[in-house]
Design a protein around this ligand. Structure first.
Ligand code: ING
Length: 317
């Protein structure tokens, strides 16, 4: 029996500093209704979807910083999204900043959650590849303080949802081959990824005009090399003076882009994912059991950084 999942890309335009969570949830609900009208089973929203991308600022006041995090989920402001999901019978992936209490301490995560058609949380993922820097770096046009504001997560997991096996990742994770492979080794057929990606990458400004190309390249490679459908969804546009890429995509296990957003704002685009199309690749070209040689890959888990020439020092991040 063919397993079709209708996936809606729920791309957000900018969320400004003073935009209330209620106003953002209102936008998300409008997009959810549109996705349902298009026949979507699930809508994928961006990373840190509920607030502006606050790691662009060096925030010393802890109360101000924590105002960007969610202490509970659903919260009072996000409950309408869960209730609408249940009412309409549609699931969603949502990225948000999570303040979690662990052994009496408050831990700050960059988190995504998967919610099914009954409005129940199926799983959560905490971003592993946390980019950027920890200290204030005044040479930058704007900061990227994710290493200061988020503790890395510990595992890429998969969940049974929407008739298949779903993995989650966040933003910078999509640039690392390991992210997709670990989930594909667990049987992932769909991988949902939200992102906030500034056009300008301060450590490598010469790449700025390739930001959309790299965004697409990384996701196409991850999808093809793992026989997965990958939905990658932006919060884009001009947010607090910083231009972020849009370019939300649904990529097939073939690596082909089958759906994409074409604006810089709130936009819902539907893609039809035939999960049995994954098997065409997982059984042949990327039949892991038949073709992989883990005995030769030890360095991937033994070493963090590369071995450099004797005169080379550590790379500047
Ligand atoms: N943003 C960016 C991303 O990986 C970045 C950071 C941009 C890293 C460009 C390298 C190059 O898309 C987040 N939030 O990870």
């Amino acid at each position: 029996m063919t397993r079709i999942v209708n996936i809606a890309l729920g791309q957000l335009g900018p969320v400004q500093k003073n935009d209330s969570r209620a106003s953002v949830v209102h936008r998300l609900c409008a997009m959810m209704r549109e996705a349902k009208s298009l026949g979507a089973d699930v809508i994928v929203y961006p990373e840190l979807a509920l607030t502006t991308f606050f790691p662009r600022w060096y925030i010393e006041d802890m109360a101000e910083l924590h105002s960007y995090y969610e202490r509970e989920m659903p919260s009072r402001e996000t409950l309408p999204l869960f209730e609408l999901a249940r009412e309409l019978g549609i699931g969603f992936y949502l990225g948000y900043a999570e303040l979690a209490e662990e052994a009496g301490a408050l831990i700050q995560y960059n988190t995504a959650m998967l919610v099914d058609k009954t409005g129940a949380i199926v799983g959560k993922y905490r971003k592993i590849h946390v980019p950027g820097h920890f200290e204030h770096e005044p040479w930058r046009k704007f900061q990227h303080l994710e290493k200061r504001y988020f503790t890395p997560g510990k595992s890429f997991d998969v969940h049974q949802a929407f008739g298949g096996t779903v993995g989650m990742a966040l933003c910078n994770d999509r640039r690392w081959a390991e992210s997709y492979r670990v989930m594909a080794l667990q049987g992932a057929e769909m991988i949902f990824i939200g992102y906030n990606t500034p056009v300008h990458n301060a450590p490598a400004p010469q790449h700025d005009d390739l930001s959309l190309f790299h965004n697409q390249l990384a996701v196409q490679a991850g999808a093809y090399q793992n026989g997965c459908w990958v939905a990658s969804v932006a919060k884009g546009g001009l947010e607090e003076g910083v231009q972020s890429i849009a370019g939300s995509l649904l990529v097939a296990p073939s690596g082909e882009v089958v759906a994409r957003c074409i604006t810089q704002g709130d936009e819902v685009v539907l893609g039809r994912a035939d999960l049995d199309f994954c098997a065409v690749y997982k059984r042949t070209t990327f039949n892991f059991d038949l073709h992989r040689h883990p005995e030769c890959y030890g360095l991937i888990v033994q070493k963090k950084g590369e071995t450099r020439a004797a005169d080379g020092g550590p790379w500047v991040g």
